[in-house]
Design a protein around this ligand. Structure first.
Ligand code: FAD
Length: 478
């Protein structure tokens, strides 16, 4: 058989695909990346970057209105959405050169714009060009799921792919979905002046999170005036530009009609696996998800799947992590390399909610013997100084104190969780966190203080008596 033209061909030039391409080229591989739209993927154009940039303006507007919390005179900005969205576009523009075709061509990567399909198990055809490679990587990402409900084809709606193009005012926004994207955008638009109503079939917002953690975010969002219909199923859509209607059945079974100027669909994501000729390539699908082993290898041993297209957790950092695993397989034949099971994430509402590892709900559902410890931000001096005392940290440990999971809801939770990512990755115990010096006064003290709870629990009256006896202590005055 003729030698393949490339070492690696990546299909999809987003968060995961570009890391494979840059890493492969840096390590001396001959790499091509096929991209059908724009290099950079969802994260840069329609996901993480625009959403977090929008949230920043929203959070500043909120703080200005509530400046009296910090003993300053409140101001009442009237946000101009067009200007805020121009800032979003500017931030994307600033990052874009890192992901540009020019940069990647400069790294020695063959960048091919277009979409194609496998024509044999070891050849992918695009723009009439047949690409052969030792390894193919499917990194085609995901797209917003659009519910097939009456009226959807005639009702104007937004998704994350069109939301950041808005330049007109949004007086009232209806959001379907109270997951991370729906919750972040609900708060962003509310703080930027829109009336916001959120509908979800789940009984709570952020349904993947423990109820006590999600409740802290819910309380904050509701207090800001966001209206919720939870346990509510959408029945139909109707309307025209500027006047959209959503019919739903509420928790008590009452049919209700909601009206808004705009409608945002944020109710799940679908992996982009259509039209790639996967059947020709011998890549099996199961319920729309590419079948892959623990090492991200599909049923065609020369084809891997990474990132959102793999159908598991959908995060930029996970797509990038997958990329590293596939490079180990493709270039160094390290077939034993597997993605880390320790996957953190954060919902960037205010307060933020971040998690890594096992939740309390999962521990109960799986019958895992566990203990739970909590510590509140209002007992952290820095949180008081900052005027940000809402929320708490929570850890789940084994009965012997081995860390199984951690979650933080509160200020900078997304940054604070990093310590627990490392602790869980290294199989640490709560006492390892307790023994590490944490700078005072930082919010990070909450990471130690929550772990201290485990130590304090071990201090039973019986153990205290033993300590007194062994070390000749006299006990506190009673
Ligand atoms: C609103 C929103 C906010 C988000 N916020 C965060 C966040 O804060 N943190 C976080 O970690 N994650 C966040 N995510 C998720 C994150 O964007 C994705 O997990 C990440 O982009 C996945 O990377 P990927 O490489 O799998 O796919 P992508 O980065 O989407 O790249 C896929 C690429 O493949 C291309 N493509 C698709 N089909 C084909 C084809 N047939 N041929 C060629 N090319 C193709 C696409 O055009 C795209 O460029 C957010 C997502 C959304 C929607």
């Amino acid at each position: 058989m003729a030698k393949p033209e490339f070492d690696i061909v990546v299909i999809g030039g987003g968060a995961g695909g570009l890391v494979v391409a840059a890493g492969g080229a840096a390590l001396g591989a001959k790499v091509a990346v096929v991209e059908k739209h724009k290099l950079g993927g969802d994260c840069l154009w329609y996901g993480c970057v625009p959403s977090k940039t929008l949230l920043k303006s929203a959070h500043i507007a909120h703080r200005m209105r509530h400046a009296d919390r910090w003993a300053l005179a409140p101001a009442h900005p009237q946000p101009d959405l067009a200007k805020v969205m121009e800032r979003v576009a500017g931030v994307i523009k600033g990052i874009e050169p890192n992901d540009s075709p020019e940069r990647f061509r400069g790294l020695g990567v063959d960048v091919i714009m277009g979409s194609g399909a496998f024509v044999t198990p070891d050849a992918f055809e695009v723009n009439g060009r047949r690409l052969t490679a030792k390894t193919f990587v499917i990194a085609t990402g995901s797209r917003p799921a659009v519910p097939k409900l009456p009226g959807i084809d005639t009702t104007p709606y937004l998704t994350n792919e069109t939301l950041f193009d808005l330049r007109e005012p949004v007086p009232s926004l209806l959001i379907i979905g109270a997951g991370p994207i729906g919750s972040e955008m609900a708060q962003a638009f509310r703080r930027l002046g829109s009336e916001v109503t959120v509908v979800d079939i789940a009984p709570q917002i952020l349904p993947r999170e423990d109820a006590d953690l999600a409740a802290v975010v819910f309380k904050a969002l509701e207090a800001e005036g966001i209206r919720y219909h939870l346990r509510a199923s959408v029945l139909a859509f109707a309307g025209r530009k500027g006047d959209v209607r959503v019919t739903l059945r509420t928790a008590d079974g009452t049919p209700t009609e909601l009206a808004g100027s705009h409608l945002l669909l944020a109710a799940g994501r679908t992996a982009n696996v259509d039209g790639l000729g996967l059947d020709v390539a011998g890549v099996a699908l199961d319920k729309g998800r590419i079948v892959a082993n623990g090492g991200l290898r599909t049923t065609n041993p020369n084809i891997y799947v990474i990132g959102d297209a793999a159908g598991g957790y959908q995060f930029t950092h996970l797509a990038e992590h997958h990329a590293g695993i596939v490079l180990r397989h493709a270039l160094f034949r390290m077939r034993w390399a597997k993605p880390s099971p320790v996957v953190p994430w954060c919902t960037f509402t205010d307060p933020e909610l971040a998690r890594v590892g096992l939740s309390e709900t999962e521990a109960i559902a799986r019958g895992v013997a566990h203990r739970v410890y909590r510590f509140a931000f209002d007992e952290i001096d820095r949180a008081r100084a900052e005027g940000e005392t809402e929320g708490f940290a929570k850890i789940v440990t084994s009965p012997k104190g081995k860390l199984l999971g951690a979650a933080i809801v509160g200020p900078h939770a997304g940054e604070l969780i990093a310590e627990y990512v490392l602790a869980l990755s290294k199989g640490m115990n709560a006492k390892d966190l307790t023994g590490a010096i944490h700078t005072y006064p930082t919010l990070a003290q909450i990471n130690r203080r929550v772990a201290d709870q485990r130590l304090k629990e071990g201090l039973t009256p019986a153990s205290k008596t033993w300590i007194q006896r062994i070390f000749g202590l006299q006990g506190a005055r009673g």
